[in-house]
Design a protein around this ligand. Structure first.
Ligand SMILES: C[S@@+](CC[C@H](N)C(=O)[O-])C[C@H]1O[C@@H](n2cnc3c(N)ncnc32)[C@H](O)[C@@H]1O
Length: 270
């Protein structure tokens, strides 16, 4: 249990340091286009209009701003790390947002939220069950929980390479990790170019997401893979179990760009 706690705390600390170094949300990285791509095929941004929503693990607030932009009535933004200050600073309409510096399992049981989002977060939490339970309690009956997670399927070669590398890089201080990212960047750009001709592993992600981002945000993406202490790659069974164990129903799963999962579940009407 204490190793779960250590991993949880260390991962939050890692993200605090990461976002202090990469605080901006500019370009495709913080765009409606990317957010729509993540929600697809289950939800269109216009369905969020006039809704009360929350985001668990908001980071620097890129999607909080998009939620407001598409017309959410109010957003609860949760971020437990030192990035909380950056989150608050980056919010463009603070009167429509409540920022809380808490972990996901501490989300208050509002019971009236229409949607809760958690994009790229639950796979960084060693024991995500209590977060799913808190989301369930915070939603209204009929409300939806949409999550995006790293996938295991479609990532076999990538995981063979990244797992041993991460055992070292998650311990590196920022300067060394940022230097390593600079080294990895150019071969990856070359690999991306080759993917235009051949359907190599991860081509779906590289052509649909990675290459649309600016060089700085591509480097952040590499850093984000190598930095956090804890990262789990979910298979389809585990993804479904995560939400069904939390009593969600109508669980739908989409294998996004062949490497990750967009998942939505509904809180039943009692
Ligand atoms: C990969 S980032 C994603 C941030 C944001 N959702 C986005 O897509 O830009 C993961 C975020 O989850 C946060 N996080 C980590 N553990 C958490 C927990 N137990 N509860 C809530 N958030 C957590 C981290 O601090 C980090 O900001």
């Amino acid at each position: 249990m204490s190793s779960v706690r250590n991993n949880k705390d260390k991962t939050i600390k890692d993200f605090g340091e990461q976002w202090l170094k990469y605080p901006g949300n500019e370009g495709y990285y913080g765009s409606l286009e990317l957010f729509s791509d993540i929600l697809s095929p289950f939800l269109k941004p216009e369905q969020i209009r006039d809704c009360n929503v929350a985001e668990i693990g908001s980071g620097t607030g890129r999607f909080v701003n998009i939620l407001i932009e598409v017309g959410a009535k109010h957003v609860i933004a949760i971020e437990p790390s030192d990035a909380f200050e950056i989150l608050c600073r980056n919010i463009r309409q603070p009167e429509k947002v409540t920022c809380l510096k808490i972990t996901g399992d501490q989300l208050p049981a509002y019971g009236n939220l229409d949607y809760i989002f958690s994009i790229g977060v639950l796979h960084h939490i060693p024991d995500p069950g209590p977060v799913v339970d808190a989301a369930f309690k915070a939603l209204r009956s009929g409300g939806h929980f949409l999550i995006w997670l790293y996938g295991k399927e479609g990532n076999n070669l990538y995981l063979t390479l990244i797992r041993p590398l991460r055992s070292i890089t998650k311990r590196l201080p920022h300067f060394f990790l940022a230097s390593l990212v600079e080294i990895i960047y150019w071969p990856l750009v070359l690999y991306n170019m080759i993917c235009h001709r051949f359907p190599l592993p991860l081509h779906g992600y590289l052509l649909s997401v990675f290459e649309k981002a600016s060089p700085n945000k591509r480097k952040l993406t590499i850093y984000d893979q190598l930095n956090p202490s804890y990262a789990k790659y979910y298979n389809q069974f585990e993804v479904k179990k995560l939400l069904s164990d939390g009593k969600f129903v109508n669980i739908q799963i989409h294998h996004r760009h062949g490497y990750s999962w967009t998942v939505i579940g509904t809180k039943p009407n009692f």
